[in-house]
Design a protein around this ligand. Structure first.
Ligand code: GLP
Length: 241
C-alpha cells in the first residue's frame, strides 16, 4: 500500500513502486500495464493520481502508450559505450541478444559527392550500397545504409549478406584489418521510410550516426549512415581529466 501519512506525493510513491516492479522483472518488457481503474482500486487512490504517475513514466521512457491498445512496459535501452570500434553483431552478442539483419536493398551506384569524399574515391566512384534493418532478438534497433568502394570488394555483391556480420565477413573472408572509425552522432526525428523500417511512428526521436571506417593502411573502406531508435539506446562514455 502507499503511505498517505508522509509528505511524499502519492503519484510519486506509485511511480516508484511501479518502477521497482519493472526493474525487478515482475513486469516484463512488452507487458500490458494494469488499467487506471485497476491501479486506483488496488492502491486506494484517485484515477487522476494514477494518470499522473503513468504519464511521468511514459515521459521517462519506462512505459509506452499505444493508441487504442493500452500502456505497455517499454523495452530497456541499450547502454552503448562510445570508445571502442565494434560491430552491431558484437554489441548485441555481448549483451546476450541475438543480432540479425533484414536486407532491404543491395545495389551499386555512383557515389554522391559527399560519400566519394568520405571514402577518398578517385575516378572510379562506384560503390556497393547495403540497406539493412538491424535486429536484436528479432526487434528492429537501427536502420543502416553502408557504402563500400566496389573496386575493393567486387565479389561482395554476390555473397550472402543475410544475417551475417559485415565486419566478420570482411575480416575473415577478405582479410581486412579494421583499425579505427570516425563517427558523428546527431539527434533527429525519424522520417516516413525509416519509421516504417524501424516499426516506430513518424517523427520519433532517433540518433543519426555517420561512420567512416578505416583499414590497416588508414584508408577508408566504409561510409555508413544510420538511424538508431532513440527509445532503445543511450550512449555512455567515461571521461577523464
Ligand atoms: C555498427 C556500425 C556500422 C557498421 C556495423 C557492422 O552497426 N554503426 O557502421 O557497419 O556496425 O555491423 P555487422 O558487422 O554486425 O554487420
Amino acid at each position: 500500500m502507499l503511505n498517505k501519512n508522509i509528505p511524499i506525493p502519492l503519484y510519486y510513491q506509485l511511480k516508484e513502486r511501479l518502477t521497482q516492479t519493472i526493474r525487478e522483472g515482475e513486469l516484463q518488457p512488452g507487458a500490458l500495464m494494469p488499467s487506471e481503474r485497476e491501479l486506483s482500486d488496488r492502491y486506494g487512490i484517485s484515477r487522476m493520481t494514477v494518470r499522473q504517475a503513468l504519464g511521468e513514466m511514459v515521459k521517462e521512457g519506462l512505459l509506452v502508450r499505444e493508441q487504442g491498445k493500452g500502456t505497455f512496459v517499454a523495452e530497456p535501452k541499450i547502454d552503448q559505450p562510445l570508445l571502442r570500434l565494434t560491430s552491431f553483431s558484437e554489441d548485441m552478442r555481448s549483451r546476450g541478444m541475438k543480432p540479425d539483419s533484414r536486407i532491404l536493398a543491395i545495389y551499386t551506384e555512383e557515389a554522391a559527392q559527399s560519400v566519394a569524399a568520405a571514402l577518398n574515391l578517385g575516378q572510379n566512384r562506384q560503390v556497393l550500397v547495403l540497406e539493412r534493418v538491424r535486429l536484436a532478438d528479432s526487434k528492429p534497433m537501427a536502420f543502416e545504409v553502408s557504402h563500400l568502394p566496389l573496386a575493393r570488394f567486387p565479389e561482395l555483391e554476390q555473397e550472402d549478406l543475410h544475417s551475417v556480420s559485415l565486419y566478420t565477413l570482411l575480416e575473415e573472408k577478405h582479410g581486412l584489418q579494421i583499425k579505427f572509425a570516425r563517427q558523428v552522432i546527431e539527434v533527429g526525428l525519424s522520417d516516413r521510410s525509416n519509421s516504417e523500417a524501424l516499426g516506430i511512428s513518424v517523427k520519433s526521436p532517433v540518433l543519426l550516426i555517420e561512420r567512416v571506417t578505416f583499414d590497416g593502411d588508414e584508408q577508408p573502406f566504409e561510409y555508413v549512415s544510420s538511424v538508431y531508435r532513440g527509445d532503445r539506446y543511450k550512449l555512455q562514455v567515461e571521461l577523464h581529466r
